[in-house]
Design a protein around this ligand. Structure first.
Ligand code: AMP
Ligand code: MN
Ligand code: MN
Ligand code: MN
Length: 277
């Protein structure tokens, strides 16, 4: 059987549309053989996902995608193979949940000033027990016809510098890497090309990330062209990082993003799964 890895995706525990069970079932139907669930700042979907993965015979990797700050910019760090019960990590996710709740209240106030009431109640209801994210705000704005696409919600209201944007003191990047490694996991820089850093700044970031204990970088994510793959692979080689592959699947509405639908990891890149126990 050919192995198919997808080490980055989201469930209703954060901003995904599918429950952990539905997500694993979809991954199974897509032929995924090893799956990591990596919800934003929470591990609350892992138990359910693992149960379903065991039933389907999929190898399951406990993951998380931590929101972190470095040099006043937000970077996402994926943790793979973590023990979700490691106390500092559990405490961090608890704090991040409060931070997200507070941020949501502030964002809703900003929207109210733009004569868009009701956002806080709506996103709280939509996120239910899960993490409240800007995706929930985008869904709300779309459902109320304040925008006509998700992208427009970000461009007009939610992106950095826009009307409802609230800067958030996420976890310090080096600290977040240490929580992951101390919880027995491998820290991976998520979607490295999405930060729009110059090569110089990317070098600084990767040096910092490595000195904190980071060991991997996503070389393959959805919708990358061959130039982008080459660039990400080049960072992996130069900074001696293992390569990860992950779709960042959130929902079935985007035909270009599907569980397991990913280009192969280039041959010269050490696969991150070789580091997973
Ligand atoms: P948050 O972590 O709450 O700030 O929400 C970030 C999430 O919003 C990301 O994980 C994406 O799923 C989504 N997102 C961020 N920027 C955009 C964008 N420009 N267009 C669509 N979705 C976005
Ligand atoms: Mn997301
Ligand atoms: Mn991300
Ligand atoms: Mn993600």
């Amino acid at each position: 059987m050919t192995e198919l890895y997808d080490l980055h995706c989201h469930s209703t525990a954060s901003d995904g549309a599918l429950s952990p069970t539905e997500l694993v079932q979809r991954a199974y139907h897509q032929g995924v053989t090893s799956l990591a669930l990596t919800d934003h700042d929470t591990t609350s979907g892992l138990i359910e996902a693992r149960l379903c993965a065991d039933e389907k015979g999929i190898k399951f990797i406990s993951g998380i995608e931590l929101s972190t700050n470095w040099q006043n910019q937000c970077f996402h760090i994926v943790g793979l193979g973590i023990d979700p019960n490691y106390p500092p990590l559990a405490e961090a996710t608890h704090n991040l949940q409060s931070m997200r709740l507070e941020r949501a209240e502030k964002m809703a106030l900003k929207l109210e000033k733009k004569r868009i009431p009701g956002a806080f109640e709506a996103v709280k209801k939509a996120a239910a027990e899960g993490m409240i994210t800007r995706t929930h705000f985008a869904d709300f704005l779309l459902s109320q016809n304040h925008v006509s696409t998700h992208q427009e919600a970000f461009d007009r209201y939610l992106a950095k510098g826009k009307a409802a944007y609230v800067s958030t003191p996420w976890a310090d990047l080096k600290l977040a890497v240490s929580w992951i490694t101390e919880a027995g996991g491998i820290a991976v820089l998520a979607h490295p090309l999405r930060y729009k850093l110059t090569a110089n700044w990317m070098g600084r970031l990767l040096n910092e990330f490595k000195s904190a204990g980071g060991q991997g970088i996503e070389v393959i994510t959805s919708r990358m062209n061959s130039d982008e793959i080459r660039l990400a692979a080049d960072y992996a080689t130069r900074f001696e990082l293992a390569g990860s592959v992950g779709s960042d699947f959130h929902n079935a509405t985007n035909p270009y993003v599907e569980l397991g639908r990913l280009a192969p990891l280039p041959d010269n890149i050490k696969p991150v799964w070789e580091l997973l126990g």
